[in-house]
Design a protein around this ligand. Structure first.
Ligand SMILES: [Zn+2]
Ligand SMILES: [Zn+2]
Ligand SMILES: [Zn+2]
Length: 333
């Protein structure tokens, strides 16, 4: 078990590998936090979310999974049983049914039916007339409803090489990888996992990648000197931290906090920000809420001089943010 990381380490772990950045963008867009394996006929179990979002090969998707685990960005949970070849480790195991007597694999399988009323039992082929209708071979009654007229009482196999019958064939396994025959005793039972991505890692990625980084660039384009994270000195003499602080040439300040949560942001987040605003009195205070904010909290914010921007993507957030910054500049000018 890896110990929990501070949020900033999640972000630097993700950005250390461009494939992880693509994957996390995909997870945030799709509101996903689990990677499910799928069986591929050539490669065994692979992770389609990774293959598609990172544009990597099926084999590389396994390498990305191992990296996610080793960086502490997610954990592996049991998903399904996988049988493996003891010689080469391949998951590509074929099952063969053989004749008990001559080992042939040319077998014919038939269901055994019973006409319930008179107890006559026989292979299904003896019950079928040329049109496929089921007729009792003994009394000639038409059997239409399974459970009422007839029932399946078993199955038997006939060898098409030696023509003997058996109720259970011999079973062997063949590895498609190394072509070796494997017995049931020899098969390795292992498992494939689903990958559960750490919630804190996704939230920190959303905060930094989808909101904070674009906000920093936008403010710089608008001529602000930006620090992220930044602090403003309050009247009380206490320095208060904000996710982004910008100062323009005229000394106007903009303070931005970014809140991310699966559920809409509530009033306590607005209150906490207000405590800092009261002391530091920035020209503009913006609270970015991903994905959104509760109605009550939204009504409360303007009373405290806090502007709200909501959204789930960079474009949702950046357009209103730009208009807040440019409107307030006009008002000041
Ligand atoms: Zn046989
Ligand atoms: Zn009958
Ligand atoms: Zn093998």
């Amino acid at each position: 078990m890896s110990s929990p990381l501070p949020p900033s380490s999640y972000y630097s772990a993700i950005t250390s590998d461009q494939r992880l950045v693509c994957l996390f963008e995909h997870l945030v867009r799709g509101n996903k936090d689990v990677l499910l394996p799928e069986f591929d006929a050539c490669f065994g179990y692979v992770y389609p979310d990774i293959i598609n979002s990172c544009k990597v090969s099926p084999t590389e998707s396994i390498e990305v999974v191992n990296k996610i685990i080793s960086l502490g960005l997610g954990t592996r949970e049991y998903h399904d049983q996988v049988l493996r070849c003891p010689y080469c480790g391949s998951e590509q195991i074929r099952v063969y049914f053989h004749c008990h007597f001559c080992n042939s694999t040319q077998l014919y399988k038939e269901l055994l039916l019973e006409h319930i009323r008179d107890g006559v039992i026989g292979p299904i082929s003896k019950f079928k007339d040329p049109t496929g209708t089921l007729i009792c071979p003994s009394c000639g009654s038409k059997l239409s409803l399974e459970g009422r007229d007839y029932r399946t009482v078993g199955v038997w196999y006939r060898c098409l090489t030696c023509y003997r019958q058996m109720d259970l064939p011999k079973i062997t396994y063949l590895c498609r990888g190394c072509k070796k025959e494997v017995t049931a005793h020899g098969l390795i039972i292992s498992s494939v996992g689903r990958i559960v991505i750490n919630k804190a890692a996704i939230e920190e990625f959303s905060r930094r990648h989808l909101a904070i980084n674009p906000i920093v660039s936008t403010l710089r384009e608008e001529g602000y000197v930006v620090s992220s994270p930044g602090t403003l000195l309050g009247k009380s003499g206490v320095s208060h931290p904000f996710d982004v602080v910008g100062v323009d040439k005229s000394g106007n300040t903009v303070a931005v906090d970014v809140a991310v949560s699966k559920e809409p942001i509530n009033e306590s987040v607005v209150m906490n920000l207000f405590v800092k605003v009261l002391d530091t009195n920035p020209t503009n205070t913006i609270l970015v809420c991903i994905p959104g904010i509760q109605e009550g909290a939204k009504k409360l914010a303007p009373l405290y001089g806090i502007k709200i921007v909501e959204g789930t993507s960079v474009s949702d957030i950046m357009a209103p943010l730009k208009s807040i910054i440019s409107t307030s500049l006009k008002v000041l000018a």
